[in-house]
Design a protein around this ligand. Structure first.
Ligand code: PLP
Length: 387
């Protein structure tokens, strides 16, 4: 069996290792502090206090009020909640605007709504993976309910100009949601400077466990719950809270608030050393996406003459984890919809790999990857020529 000590983990956009400090913070809520936060006695109140603290910690990393944070089960639920709420706000506003490069949490939801007759406008991207703000401005009408645009792309790391996009949408009176699942914990954000209605985040991308997320809900907005039932989360999300994971998310956000500014510089240095090393060692390598406006941790690289699925197998034998397309679509062998939207043909899309760095990567990891990846490309190219 492969254990964590055997692997070289360069897939931090798929998920991250739970930080030991996060694990320590959540453990008491999986053992002795098992009360229900809705119970009125002190044993319940103690747990409810932990939720209050976690809400404050999430609010601090976002730069918003604690009352604007709603806990959910994942980034996908947050996004579904935002879209569903926006569509209930005004019967005369039913149009959705989104992009062709969203994560499936948004993409599939909007495709499903479109099949049911909801008008949806899909914004394209250029060959660097960037959106056109003028196209956005033209797309939003007085019938637009919601504009949902991701802050950073999970495959290429390209970051959209969310502050400008949010301002355009606000001017037009529509709801603005950003999927910030890949952004929070990787770069500093401050919602006090960015007027938006909703923002989605997910615990497992920032060193908390899987299965917990949050939705920022601007306090001035009308809100319609996605899950109805009990009065949890101030009546905004029914269901007994996943207390231990929420405490973990709070701790992970506290760590991010303290460390994201310098950590992003360190992670960028690792990513750049890796990327420049590969460009120097592997002839023909191309970087997918705008290198200037990009998450500091992500490198999406195309290796001409190489099938990414074959690369994944060879690298997996060494214990190196990275991904072809996004993890959520792995196994489907469809070329990445993001790279296709950037105008790349199937061959380039099928020869691309994503390497994503994080808090626990080291320079030794980069050194090993700079040995293994060029060797794997050479091996796969040799086999392709022989075949
Ligand atoms: N949005 C983006 C950009 C993602 O990368 C992911 C996960 O890969 C999600 C949404 C879904 O988050 P979750 O796994 O918490 O549902």
């Amino acid at each position: 069996m492969t254990t964590a000590s055997d692997i070289l983990y360069l897939d931090n956009n798929a998920t991250t290792q739970v930080d030991p400090a996060v694990l320590e913070a959540m453990m008491p809520f999986l053992s002795q502090n098992y009360g229900n936060p809705s119970s009125g006695y002190r044993f319940g109140k103690l747990v409810n206090d932990a939720l209050t603290k976690a809400r404050e910690q999430v609010a601090t990393v976002l730069g918003c009020e604690p009352g604007e944070v709603l806990f959910t089960s994942c980034g996908t639920e947050s996004t579904n909640t935002a879209i569903s709420s926006a569509l209930q706000m005004d019967r005369d506003r039913q149009h959705i605007v989104t992009t062709r490069v969203e994560h499936s949490a948004t993409l599939k939801t909007c495709e499903m709504l479109a099949r049911k007759g909801q008008p949806v406008t899909w914004l394209g991207v250029d060959s660097n993976g960037r959106i056109d703000l003028q196209e956005l401005e033209r797309a939003v009408t007085d019938e637009t309910a919601i504009v949902s645009i991701m802050w950073a792309n999970n495959e290429t790391g390209v970051m959209f100009p969310i502050e400008e996009a949010a301002a355009i949408v606000r001017e037009k009176g529509a709801v603005f949601h950003t999927d910030a699942v890949q952004t929070i914990g990787k770069v500093p954000v401050n919602l006090r400077q960015t007027p938006m209605t909703f923002l989605s985040l997910s615990g497992h991308k920032l060193h908390a466990p899987k299965g917990v997320g949050a939705l920022y809900v601007n306090r001035r907005t009308k809100f319609y719950p996605y899950l109805t039932g009990g009065g949890q989360e101030g009546g905004r999300r029914a269901g007994t809270e996943n207390v231990a994971s929420i405490v973990a998310l709070g701790k992970a956000c506290e760590l991010a608030s303290q460390h994201v500014a310098h950590e992003s510089v360190e992670v960028r240095a690792l990513r750049d050393e890796f990327e420049n090393g590969i460009l120097a060692r592997v002839p023909g390598t191309q970087v997918n996406g705008d290198r200037e406006h990009r998450l500091p941790n992500t490198a999406s690289l195309a290796f001409p003459g190489v099938e990414s699925e074959a690369m994944l197998l060879v690298l997996d034998q060494r214990g190196l984890c990275c991904s072809a397309g996004s993890a959520c679509t792995t196994g489907q062998h469809e070329p990445s919809h993001v790279l296709r939207a950037m105008g790349f043909d199937d061959t380039r899309a099928r020869s691309s790999l994503r390497f994503s760095f994080g808090r626990f990567n080291t320079r030794q990891d980069v050194a090993r990857a700079l040995e293994w990846v060029p060797a794997a490309v050479e091996k796969v190219r040799r086999v392709a020529v022989a075949a």
